[in-house]
Design a protein around this ligand. Structure first.
Ligand code: NI
Length: 137
C-alpha cells in the first residue's frame, strides 16, 4: 500500500528570463513579461509530495511538520524574497530561472534530506494558470 502525502509551502521571488545571444525582439517574443529588464516577481506555490507505506502505529507516511521544516530550511529560507537570477542559491549561475528548472533544482536540493520517506514529486505553481512538475527523472 503506497500513499502520497503533499505539503504546500509558499515563497515570493523575482526573476528574469533572457537569452543573452538573442535580440530584444526575440526574447520578448519567447518570454513576454518575464523578459522585463528590471525583473518582476511571482508568488510561487510549492507542492512537495512524498510517498510511502503508512506506519502501522501512526498511520502516517511521513511527519508533515518534519517535511515542512526541511522545505523551509533548504528552499524557502534560501529563495523567499530573493532575486532568483542574482542572489546566490542552489540554482547554478547562468541557468534560466524557469519553473521547469526551479522544480528540478528544488527536487534535488531536498531529496537527500528527506531520509524518512521518498520524495515523489515537486510541483511548482508560478501563477494560477501554469505549473510544472518534476518526478526525479
Ligand atoms: Ni516570470
Amino acid at each position: 500500500m503506497i500513499v502520497y502525502l503533499t505539503r504546500v509551502e509558499h515563497f515570493s521571488a523575482a526573476h528574469r528570463l533572457w537569452v543573452d545571444g538573442w535580440s530584444e525582439e526575440k526574447n520578448m517574443a519567447m518570454f513576454g513579461k518575464c523578459a522585463h529588464k528590471n525583473y518582476h516577481g511571482h508568488n510561487y506555490k510549492l507542492f512537495v509530495t512524498v510517498k510511502g507505506t503508512p506506519d502501522p502505529e501512526t498511520g502516517m507516511v511521513a511527519n508533515a511538520k518534519h517535511i515542512s521544516k526541511i522545505v523551509n530550511k533548504y528552499i524557502i529560507d534560501v529563495l523567499d524574497h530573493k532575486n532568483l537570477n542574482l542572489d546566490p542559491s542552489f540554482i547554478p549561475d547562468g541557468k534560466q530561472t524557469t519553473s521547469e528548472n526551479l522544480a528540478y533544482y528544488i527536487f534535488h536540493e531536498i531529496a537527500p534530506h528527506l531520509d524518512a520517506c521518498e520524495l515523489h514529486c515537486i510541483k511548482l505553481q508560478e501563477t494560477d494558470k501554469i505549473f510544472t512538475e518534476y518526478y526525479g527523472e
